[in-house]
Design a protein around this ligand. Sequence first.
Ligand code: 13P
Ligand code: SF4
Length: 301
Amino acid sequence: MSLVEEIQQLKKEKNAVVLAHYYVNDEVQAIADYIGDSYYLAKVAVGLKEQTIVFAGVKFMGESAKILNPEKTVLMPDEKADCPMAHMAEIERIEEVRKEYDDVAVVCYINSTTELKMHSDVCVTSANAMKIVKALPNKNIFFIPDENLGRYIAEKVPEKNFIFNDGYCHVHKAVTADMVKRAKESHPEAEVLIHPECTLDVLDLADYIGSTSGIIDYATKSDKKEFIISTELGVLYQLKQNNPDKKFYSAGSTQICPNMKKVTLEKVRDCLRDGTGVVEVDDETRIRSLQPLQRMLDLAK
Ligand code: 13P
Ligand code: SF4
Protein backbone atom coordinates (compact mmCIF):
# COMPACT_ATOMS: atom_id res chain seq x y z
CA MET A 1 0.00 0.00 0.00
CA SER A 2 1.37 3.47 -0.82
CA LEU A 3 1.84 6.08 1.87
CA VAL A 4 -1.07 8.08 0.47
CA GLU A 5 -3.35 5.01 0.51
CA GLU A 6 -2.27 4.26 4.06
CA ILE A 7 -3.21 7.82 5.12
CA GLN A 8 -6.60 7.59 3.37
CA GLN A 9 -7.34 4.29 5.14
CA LEU A 10 -6.21 5.63 8.53
CA LYS A 11 -8.41 8.72 8.10
CA LYS A 12 -11.46 6.44 7.70
CA GLU A 13 -10.49 4.07 10.52
CA LYS A 14 -9.78 6.92 12.97
CA ASN A 15 -12.67 9.16 11.87
CA ALA A 16 -10.13 11.88 11.09
CA VAL A 17 -9.83 14.84 8.77
CA VAL A 18 -6.66 16.63 7.59
CA LEU A 19 -6.49 20.44 7.53
CA ALA A 20 -3.48 21.97 5.75
CA HIS A 21 -2.11 25.48 5.39
CA TYR A 22 -1.00 26.64 1.92
CA TYR A 23 2.65 26.75 3.09
CA VAL A 24 3.07 23.02 3.84
CA ASN A 25 4.75 20.66 1.36
CA ASP A 26 2.81 20.04 -1.89
CA GLU A 27 2.26 16.32 -1.24
CA VAL A 28 0.70 17.11 2.15
CA GLN A 29 -1.63 19.71 0.60
CA ALA A 30 -2.57 17.03 -1.96
CA ILE A 31 -3.93 14.61 0.68
CA ALA A 32 -5.65 17.32 2.80
CA ASP A 33 -9.43 17.48 3.12
CA TYR A 34 -9.34 21.25 3.61
CA ILE A 35 -6.55 23.65 2.52
CA GLY A 36 -6.63 27.35 3.26
CA ASP A 37 -5.34 30.46 4.95
CA SER A 38 -5.31 30.87 8.72
CA TYR A 39 -8.79 32.41 8.85
CA TYR A 40 -10.42 29.75 6.68
CA LEU A 41 -8.76 26.94 8.66
CA ALA A 42 -9.92 28.38 12.01
CA LYS A 43 -13.48 28.69 10.66
CA VAL A 44 -13.54 25.28 9.04
CA ALA A 45 -12.25 23.58 12.20
CA VAL A 46 -15.49 24.57 13.94
CA GLY A 47 -18.33 22.17 13.24
CA LEU A 48 -16.45 19.31 11.57
CA LYS A 49 -18.21 15.98 12.04
CA GLU A 50 -14.98 13.95 12.38
CA GLN A 51 -13.65 13.32 15.90
CA THR A 52 -9.96 13.86 15.07
CA ILE A 53 -8.37 16.83 13.33
CA VAL A 54 -4.84 16.43 11.95
CA PHE A 55 -3.43 19.94 11.57
CA ALA A 56 -0.76 20.16 8.88
CA GLY A 57 0.63 23.53 9.85
CA VAL A 58 2.43 25.18 12.75
CA LYS A 59 1.69 25.03 16.47
CA PHE A 60 -0.51 28.13 16.83
CA MET A 61 -2.85 26.67 14.19
CA GLY A 62 -3.28 23.34 16.00
CA GLU A 63 -3.75 25.15 19.30
CA SER A 64 -6.39 27.48 17.85
CA ALA A 65 -8.28 24.45 16.46
CA LYS A 66 -8.15 22.78 19.89
CA ILE A 67 -9.28 25.93 21.73
CA LEU A 68 -12.24 26.28 19.37
CA ASN A 69 -13.05 22.53 19.57
CA PRO A 70 -12.14 21.24 23.02
CA GLU A 71 -14.12 18.02 22.56
CA LYS A 72 -12.05 17.00 19.52
CA THR A 73 -8.64 15.37 19.36
CA VAL A 74 -6.23 17.63 17.49
CA LEU A 75 -2.98 16.06 16.26
CA MET A 76 0.13 17.86 15.03
CA PRO A 77 2.27 15.75 12.65
CA ASP A 78 5.38 17.59 13.93
CA GLU A 79 5.07 19.16 17.37
CA LYS A 80 8.29 21.14 16.78
CA ALA A 81 6.76 23.00 13.82
CA ASP A 82 6.38 26.34 15.56
CA CYS A 83 6.15 29.89 14.21
CA PRO A 84 8.96 32.04 15.70
CA MET A 85 6.85 35.19 15.35
CA ALA A 86 4.21 33.65 17.64
CA HIS A 87 6.61 34.29 20.56
CA MET A 88 7.65 37.84 19.65
CA ALA A 89 5.66 39.87 22.17
CA GLU A 90 5.85 40.28 25.95
CA ILE A 91 3.02 40.06 28.49
CA GLU A 92 4.76 42.81 30.55
CA ARG A 93 4.58 45.14 27.53
CA ILE A 94 0.85 44.39 27.10
CA GLU A 95 0.32 45.28 30.76
CA GLU A 96 2.34 48.51 30.38
CA VAL A 97 0.33 49.57 27.31
CA ARG A 98 -2.95 48.78 29.11
CA LYS A 99 -1.86 51.09 31.96
CA GLU A 100 -0.85 53.85 29.56
CA TYR A 101 -4.06 53.86 27.44
CA ASP A 102 -7.38 53.13 29.22
CA ASP A 103 -9.34 52.40 26.07
CA VAL A 104 -6.72 50.27 24.28
CA ALA A 105 -7.70 47.11 22.40
CA VAL A 106 -4.94 44.50 22.30
CA VAL A 107 -5.29 43.05 18.80
CA CYS A 108 -3.45 39.77 18.48
CA TYR A 109 -2.49 38.27 15.14
CA ILE A 110 -3.49 34.60 15.28
CA ASN A 111 0.23 33.78 14.73
CA SER A 112 0.77 33.95 18.51
CA THR A 113 1.14 31.72 21.56
CA THR A 114 -1.92 30.83 23.66
CA GLU A 115 -0.39 32.96 26.43
CA LEU A 116 -0.42 36.07 24.22
CA LYS A 117 -3.99 35.30 23.13
CA MET A 118 -5.07 35.02 26.80
CA HIS A 119 -3.91 38.59 27.37
CA SER A 120 -5.54 39.99 24.23
CA ASP A 121 -8.96 41.42 23.40
CA VAL A 122 -9.40 40.04 19.92
CA CYS A 123 -7.53 37.87 17.43
CA VAL A 124 -7.17 38.67 13.75
CA THR A 125 -5.68 37.05 10.67
CA SER A 126 -4.29 38.81 7.63
CA ALA A 127 -7.62 38.15 5.86
CA ASN A 128 -9.84 39.86 8.44
CA ALA A 129 -7.60 42.30 10.40
CA MET A 130 -8.80 45.42 8.58
CA LYS A 131 -12.50 44.60 9.04
CA ILE A 132 -12.03 43.74 12.72
CA VAL A 133 -9.90 46.78 13.61
CA LYS A 134 -12.48 49.05 11.92
CA ALA A 135 -15.30 47.37 13.85
CA LEU A 136 -13.67 47.85 17.27
CA PRO A 137 -15.02 50.76 19.34
CA ASN A 138 -11.51 51.52 20.70
CA LYS A 139 -9.43 54.40 19.33
CA ASN A 140 -6.10 52.93 20.52
CA ILE A 141 -4.92 49.65 19.04
CA PHE A 142 -1.93 47.72 20.37
CA PHE A 143 -1.14 45.37 17.50
CA ILE A 144 0.90 42.24 18.43
CA PRO A 145 3.11 40.45 17.51
CA ASP A 146 3.62 41.43 13.82
CA GLU A 147 4.83 44.99 13.23
CA ASN A 148 4.51 44.75 9.43
CA LEU A 149 0.88 43.62 9.35
CA GLY A 150 0.15 46.21 12.07
CA ARG A 151 1.71 49.04 10.03
CA TYR A 152 -0.16 47.96 6.90
CA ILE A 153 -3.51 47.94 8.72
CA ALA A 154 -2.66 51.27 10.41
CA GLU A 155 -2.26 52.89 6.98
CA LYS A 156 -5.66 51.55 5.94
CA VAL A 157 -7.42 52.64 9.15
CA PRO A 158 -6.01 56.14 9.80
CA GLU A 159 -8.81 57.04 12.24
CA LYS A 160 -7.21 54.73 14.86
CA ASN A 161 -4.05 55.28 16.88
CA PHE A 162 -1.73 52.29 16.60
CA ILE A 163 0.94 51.17 19.03
CA PHE A 164 3.30 48.70 17.37
CA ASN A 165 5.31 45.76 18.60
CA ASP A 166 8.57 44.66 16.99
CA GLY A 167 7.68 41.06 15.98
CA TYR A 168 8.11 39.87 12.41
CA CYS A 169 7.99 36.83 10.14
CA HIS A 170 11.57 36.08 9.08
CA VAL A 171 10.36 34.57 5.79
CA HIS A 172 8.47 37.67 4.68
CA LYS A 173 10.97 40.12 6.17
CA ALA A 174 13.71 38.56 4.01
CA VAL A 175 12.01 39.83 0.86
CA THR A 176 13.46 43.22 -0.10
CA ALA A 177 12.15 45.95 -2.39
CA ASP A 178 15.20 45.38 -4.62
CA MET A 179 14.25 41.72 -5.08
CA VAL A 180 10.73 42.68 -6.15
CA LYS A 181 12.06 45.42 -8.47
CA ARG A 182 14.49 42.96 -10.09
CA ALA A 183 11.70 40.40 -10.59
CA LYS A 184 9.58 43.15 -12.14
CA GLU A 185 12.42 44.12 -14.51
CA SER A 186 12.70 40.50 -15.65
CA HIS A 187 8.91 40.13 -16.00
CA PRO A 188 7.50 43.59 -16.78
CA GLU A 189 4.04 42.24 -17.67
CA ALA A 190 3.62 40.41 -14.36
CA GLU A 191 1.35 41.64 -11.57
CA VAL A 192 2.95 41.76 -8.12
CA LEU A 193 1.04 39.95 -5.34
CA ILE A 194 2.35 40.47 -1.81
CA HIS A 195 1.48 39.21 1.68
CA PRO A 196 1.10 41.94 4.34
CA GLU A 197 3.73 40.32 6.57
CA CYS A 198 6.25 41.95 4.18
CA THR A 199 7.71 45.35 5.05
CA LEU A 200 5.93 48.56 3.93
CA ASP A 201 8.57 49.45 1.27
CA VAL A 202 7.91 46.05 -0.33
CA LEU A 203 4.12 46.47 -0.03
CA ASP A 204 4.43 49.80 -1.89
CA LEU A 205 5.39 47.79 -5.01
CA ALA A 206 2.27 45.59 -4.94
CA ASP A 207 -0.61 45.41 -7.39
CA TYR A 208 -2.45 43.34 -4.79
CA ILE A 209 -1.89 42.82 -1.03
CA GLY A 210 -3.65 40.00 0.79
CA SER A 211 -3.60 36.76 2.75
CA THR A 212 -2.51 33.52 1.09
CA SER A 213 -6.14 32.80 0.07
CA GLY A 214 -6.48 36.40 -1.14
CA ILE A 215 -3.38 36.02 -3.34
CA ILE A 216 -4.61 32.71 -4.78
CA ASP A 217 -8.12 34.08 -5.47
CA TYR A 218 -6.74 37.25 -7.04
CA ALA A 219 -4.44 35.39 -9.45
CA THR A 220 -7.17 32.87 -10.30
CA LYS A 221 -9.72 35.56 -11.16
CA SER A 222 -7.26 37.89 -12.95
CA ASP A 223 -7.14 38.15 -16.76
CA LYS A 224 -3.35 38.62 -16.50
CA LYS A 225 -1.11 35.66 -17.32
CA GLU A 226 2.00 36.35 -15.21
CA PHE A 227 2.47 37.05 -11.52
CA ILE A 228 5.35 37.79 -9.15
CA ILE A 229 4.62 36.21 -5.78
CA SER A 230 5.91 37.60 -2.52
CA THR A 231 4.90 35.15 0.15
CA GLU A 232 5.96 31.66 1.23
CA LEU A 233 6.32 29.56 -1.90
CA GLY A 234 3.98 26.78 -0.75
CA VAL A 235 1.18 28.86 -2.32
CA LEU A 236 2.58 27.91 -5.76
CA TYR A 237 1.01 24.45 -5.42
CA GLN A 238 -2.57 25.77 -5.36
CA LEU A 239 -1.78 28.65 -7.74
CA LYS A 240 -0.55 26.16 -10.36
CA GLN A 241 -3.42 23.73 -9.73
CA ASN A 242 -5.99 26.49 -10.29
CA ASN A 243 -4.12 28.18 -13.15
CA PRO A 244 -2.18 25.74 -15.33
CA ASP A 245 -2.03 28.32 -18.14
CA LYS A 246 -0.51 31.13 -16.00
CA LYS A 247 3.10 31.79 -14.99
CA PHE A 248 4.26 32.47 -11.44
CA TYR A 249 7.65 33.89 -10.46
CA SER A 250 9.04 34.28 -6.98
CA ALA A 251 10.50 37.55 -5.72
CA GLY A 252 13.78 35.91 -4.65
CA SER A 253 14.41 32.35 -3.58
CA THR A 254 14.33 32.77 0.20
CA GLN A 255 10.62 32.51 0.78
CA ILE A 256 10.54 29.09 2.44
CA CYS A 257 9.24 28.61 5.98
CA PRO A 258 11.37 25.86 7.57
CA ASN A 259 8.71 25.19 10.20
CA MET A 260 5.86 24.66 7.75
CA LYS A 261 8.14 22.37 5.74
CA LYS A 262 8.66 20.10 8.76
CA VAL A 263 5.25 18.55 8.05
CA THR A 264 5.73 15.49 5.82
CA LEU A 265 3.45 12.71 4.60
CA GLU A 266 5.29 10.21 6.82
CA LYS A 267 4.61 12.35 9.88
CA VAL A 268 0.92 12.71 8.93
CA ARG A 269 0.72 8.90 8.66
CA ASP A 270 2.58 8.36 11.94
CA CYS A 271 0.43 10.73 14.01
CA LEU A 272 -2.76 9.18 12.61
CA ARG A 273 -1.55 5.62 13.15
CA ASP A 274 -0.02 6.14 16.61
CA GLY A 275 -2.20 8.95 17.98
CA THR A 276 0.89 11.09 18.64
CA GLY A 277 1.24 14.88 18.62
CA VAL A 278 -1.91 15.45 20.69
CA VAL A 279 -2.48 19.19 21.27
CA GLU A 280 -3.21 19.84 24.95
CA VAL A 281 -4.45 23.18 26.27
CA ASP A 282 -5.30 23.40 29.96
CA ASP A 283 -8.82 24.56 30.90
CA GLU A 284 -7.94 28.04 32.18
CA THR A 285 -5.80 28.84 29.11
CA ARG A 286 -8.46 27.45 26.81
CA ILE A 287 -11.31 29.44 28.32
CA ARG A 288 -9.33 32.70 28.33
CA SER A 289 -7.88 32.33 24.84
CA LEU A 290 -11.24 31.23 23.40
CA GLN A 291 -12.66 34.72 24.01
CA PRO A 292 -10.42 36.63 21.54
CA LEU A 293 -10.66 33.81 18.98
CA GLN A 294 -14.46 33.66 19.21
CA ARG A 295 -14.65 37.45 19.01
CA MET A 296 -12.61 37.28 15.80
CA LEU A 297 -15.00 34.74 14.28
CA ASP A 298 -18.02 36.88 15.31
CA LEU A 299 -16.62 40.23 14.08
CA ALA A 300 -15.28 38.80 10.81
CA LYS A 301 -18.60 37.27 9.77
P1 13P B 1 -2.40 33.53 6.05
O1 13P B 1 -2.55 32.16 5.46
O2 13P B 1 -3.51 33.81 6.98
O3 13P B 1 -2.25 34.55 4.98
O4 13P B 1 -1.11 33.52 6.98
C1 13P B 1 0.16 33.53 6.54
C2 13P B 1 1.11 32.93 7.50
O5 13P B 1 2.22 33.37 7.64
C3 13P B 1 0.73 31.77 8.24
O6 13P B 1 1.78 31.35 9.02
FE1 SF4 C 1 5.51 31.99 11.03
FE2 SF4 C 1 6.32 33.23 8.83
FE3 SF4 C 1 6.43 30.58 8.94
FE4 SF4 C 1 4.03 31.84 8.79
S1 SF4 C 1 5.64 31.83 7.26
S2 SF4 C 1 4.60 30.15 10.17
S3 SF4 C 1 4.46 33.69 10.00
S4 SF4 C 1 7.60 32.02 10.22
